[in-house]
Design a protein around this ligand. Sequence first.
Ligand SMILES: [Ca+2]
Length: 125
Amino acid sequence: MEAEELISKIKAMGLSSEIAEGILSDAKSEFSSGNYDEASKLAENAYTFALDVDQDGVINDEDFAPTIPNNYIYIGSFVMSVFLILLLLNAYKKWQQRKILIAEREKKYALEKMRLKKEIDEILK
Ligand SMILES: [Ca+2]
């Protein structure tokens, strides 16, 4: 049986498909009961499921993550990128605020220095 071979093959690859195995088991039951058409249909379904265990439309052999629906990976990557950008923007904003704060302090110290220098000059006159 083709579906059975494929299921053995994907198991050897470290994958498994309970859905495919379940359907295959149903196919065997139907076969035993003499419902050969139904058994054949189910076996075909089991084969289809086993070809793409995560059912994301990319067959196992061509799927970079055969057990994870690829859309989850794409969406996850997108969310992570947005999160990272927000984190960087926040860090940049804080850095800018710190720069302004430092500039304000330096201005204050320069004014204070000028005031003190004037006072000293007055005293030394
Ligand atoms: Ca996948």
